[in-house]
Design a protein around this ligand. Structure first.
Ligand code: PLP
Length: 358
C-alpha cells in the first residue's frame, strides 16, 4: 500500500513551540495529517499524508447525526537515546477495531493504520518534544460520512490521524486528585458501548464531570448503572484500589474501557508479586477498608497521566481522605517504572516499547 505524501511548503510550516513547559494538552496540532477513505464494496483506498486542513463534510454526513465516531489515544516518545518509541501500539489498533465492530463500522486494515501512523509520526518528528514526560499525542479517528438521513450503518467512512505535542502531565510533580462519586448519573450500562472509545461515551460523561468541577472535584468516579454500588472508572481513566495487600480493579464486563495502561499496571504488579484482582468492588467495601485503615492506595490509570493518585473521595455527603492525602508507594513505583519503560530508561521485559525511528 502506497501512501501519497504532500508536504507543506517550508515557508508555510507552523512555528514549533519553544517552551516545552507550556505545551499543555491538545492545543497545538502539527503541519500534516494522515487520511484514508472507505466505501462499501471498494474497501479502504487513497491513503495520504497531507497538509493539516479542515475536513469538508456534508451537513447530512451520518457521523454528525447518528454518532458513528470512534477514536484512539496513544503517544510517541523521544527516548533517552533520541530514538522514537511507541507504547504497545498493537493494542490500540486492536481496541480501535473492537470499537469499530461494536459500532458497525469497517475494520481498519492493519497496513493503513500502522504505516499511516508511523509515516506521519516520522514526518512530524521535529514536533516531538524532548523533555522528560513530554510526548507527541496521536489521535486516530474514524467517522461515518455517507450523506443520508435515516438510521443505518453508513457505507462510507474517513479514517484520519492527527498528532499534537503534549507537555508533561506533572510538571510540578504528582498532585493527588479529589474525586466525586456520582450517584445520579452513569457513564454506561451493561450491554452498552461503554467498552468502546466512541465519542458518545464522552458526551455522556460531560454533564456529571462539569457538576463535579463546579464544586471543586477533579473527576467523577462512576458507579455501575444497575445497582449503583460498584465502582467502574474515574473520569476517562481506569481505577485501582489497594486494600491490605490486594490490588483491586473492576473487571472488564463491557461497561468500562479496557485501558492499555490498566493492563500494564496489572502485568507489572503481578510481576512484582502483588496479588491483583479484577473483581467487582463496592463503595461499601471501600469505606469499610477506609474505616479499618486498610485502604492504603488509590490511583487512576491512562495514557495521559500513566497513573494519577487519588487523595480524596466524596461519597454521600462525606469526604474520605486516602492514605492521609499522600501519594501511595505503589502509585509512585508504577509511575516511575512505566515512564522509564516508555522512554527507554529501563529494561522492557514485556516487549511494550516499539522503536519506529531508524
Ligand atoms: C473512558 C476511559 N477509560 C480508561 C482510559 C484509559 O485507557 P488507556 O490506558 O488505554 O489510555 C481512557 C483513556 O483512553 C478512557 O477514555
Amino acid at each position: 500500500m502506497e501512501i501519497s505524501i504532500t508536504k507543506v511548503a517550508p515557508e508555510k510550516m507552523k512555528p514549533k513551540p519553544t517552551d516545552e513547559s507550556k505545551l499543555g494538552f491538545g492545543q497545538i496540532l502539527t503541519d500534516h495529517f494522515f487520511i484514508a477513505e472507505y466505501n462499501a464494496g471498494k474497501g479502504w483506498h487513497d491513503p495520504s499524508i497531507e497538509p493539516y486542513r479542515p475536513l469538508s463534510l456534508d451537513p447530512a454526513a451520518m457521523c454528525l447525526h447518528y454518532g458513528q465516531l470512534i477514536f484512539e489515544g496513544m503517544k510517541a516518545y523521544r527516548g533517552n537515546d533520541s530514538s522514537i518509541y511507541l507504547f504497545r501500539p498493537e493494542e490500540n489498533m486492536k481496541r480501535m477495531n473492537a470499537s469499530a465492530e461494536r459500532l458497525c463500522m469497517p475494520q481498519i486494515d492493519k497496513d493503513i493504520f500502522w504505516k499511516g501512523m508511523k509515516q506521519l509520526v516520522l514526518l512530524e518528528k521535529d514536533w516531538i518534544p524532548q523533555s522528560s514526560g513530554t510526548s507527541l499525542y496521536i489521535r486516530p479517528t474514524m467517522i461515518a460520512t455517507e450523506t443520508a438521513l435515516g438510521v443505518h450503518p453508513s457505507n462510507r467512512y474517513l479514517f484520519f490521524i492527527i498528532v499534537c505535542p503534549v507537555g508533561a502531565y506533572y510538571p510540578q510533580g504528582f498532585s493527588p486528585t479529589k474525586i466525586y462519586v456520582s450517584e445520579e448519573y452513569v457513564r454506561s450500562v451493561r450491554g452498552s458501548i461503554g467498552a468502546c472509545k466512541a465519542a458518545g461515551n464522552y458526551a455522556a460523561s460531560l454533564y456529571a464531570a462539569e457538576k463535579a468541577k463546579e464544586i471543586g472535584y477533579t473527576q467523577v468516579l462512576w458507579l455501575d448503572a444497575i445497582e449503583m454500588k460498584f465502582v467502574e472508572e474515574v473520569g476517562t481513566s481506569n481505577i485501582f484500589f489497594m486494600i491490605g495487600d490486594e490490588l483491586i480493579t473492576p473487571p472488564l464486563t463491557g461497561t468500562i474501557l479496557p485501558g492499555i495502561t490498566r493492563d500494564a499496571v496489572i502485568t507489572l504488579a503481578k510481576h512484582w508479586g502483588i496479588t491483583v484482582s479484577e473483581r467487582p468492588l463496592s463503595m461499601d467495601e471501600i469505606l469499610d477498608a477506609h474505616n479499618k485503615g486498610t485502604l492504603v492506595d488509590c490511583f487512576a490509570s491512562g495514557t495521559a497521566a500513566i497513573v494519577s493518585p487519588v487523595g480524596q473521595i466524596y461519597y454521600k455527603g462525606t469526604e474520605y481522605l486516602i492514605n492521609d492525602g499522600k501519594i501511595g508507594e505503589l502509585t509512585a513505583r508504577l509511575y516511575n517504572e512505566i515512564l522509564q519503560i516508555q522512554y527507554g530508561g529501563k529494561e522492557d521485559p514485556f516487549g511494550w516499547r516499539v522503536k519506529i525511528s531508524e
